[in-house]
Design a protein around this ligand. Sequence first.
Ligand code: PMP
Length: 404
Amino acid sequence: MIDIDKIRKDFPILSRKVNGKPLVYFDNAATSQTPQQVIDVIVDYYQNYNANIHRGVHSLSQEATDAYEEAREKIRAHFNVKHKEEIIFTAGTTHGINLVANGFSSLIKKGDEVLVSALEHHSNIVPWQMLCERTGAKLKVIPMTQEGELDKLAFAELFTEKTKLVFVNHVSNALGTINPIKEIIAKAKEVGAAVLLDGAQAAPHIKADVQVLDVDFYVVSAHKMCGPTGVGILYGKKDWLEKLPPYQGGGEMIDQVTFEKTTYAGLPHKFEAGTPNICGGIAFGVALDYMNEIGFDKIAAYEHELLVYGTQELLKIEGLRIYGTSAEKTAVISFNIEGLHPYDIGTIVDKLGVAVRTGHHCAQPIMDYYKIPGTVRASFSFYNTKEEIDVLVESVKKAKMMLS
Ligand code: PMP
């Protein structure tokens, strides 16, 4: 069991009020809250050893470099990455995906096929569409079902010897569905295609082991896992990262520069042009320490309890429909109430202190599939409680009364 009272004390924001009511924060899929332990590290960095890294000989620069590289090592250990240089610091998931999609411009040609799933966030659709426009490759979509799952019958047939790349999210941000990634990776291997998993929504709940998964690329954002915004990582198998050309040119990523020719640095620096988010990287490492100390098994079990309770209580409201009913899902409840607009519900529950997300959640194809403009999405984290779910349910009931 997790010690929920102790955990909640770690998050200062959870004791604030919003619109005169205690904050109930259920927008964790958009961004998670930050524990004091991570806030302290950010303050400590700027108070004590703020300096640019890698190039400096002075002590501050050495301290910052050591802390940043120590964070890379923590991240390596967390995802069970084989080589430290297979971890590329990025600005987040979107950046990581664009880095790979851009690199594949030189490895993909007209007539090749790339597979995407119907359950993707726009950031795992648009960069690949752009890649297809640049190269003439064809984008094919693994369809979804009413339950919000990938259609397993359809997907096997989509893999052919022309398939070069498959990109799927590990967990859907709009519905919470955990995708059958092992089957997808196995199928991709049969045809020799590379797989990129968007782990943005999985990483806060499931500890992925990239070696066991044998996945080619895995991308995450720190801000969804108790870390700061503007930092994340791309994991890539060394062979792939060596094959991909650099994404951005600049300082840090070079070996030698002359006006005639520039040679590039080795991994991971080849993909880390410019001054990175140093403090963010260090804080990401501490956020992982924090979550690992609680334990991902405990986090998953507790969040599942919240999911079951929230689903049961929300479904008691007449006219409420939940989208995404897979048995394999994280603690995300995406719903609508018949005849009401999700935006109106979100606005009223906010007045009562409850933060939920409304809209298409950057996943318009899913909304189009259900023929809806959007949903209300309540996404739970390990610092939420059943009592908070009761507040959500009462607030939704009030909204329904006011709007009907
Ligand atoms: N993919 C998924 C599944 C997401 O949920 C998100 C964030 N909502 C992203 C990608 C993009 O992450 P970021 O904005 O941190 O780059």
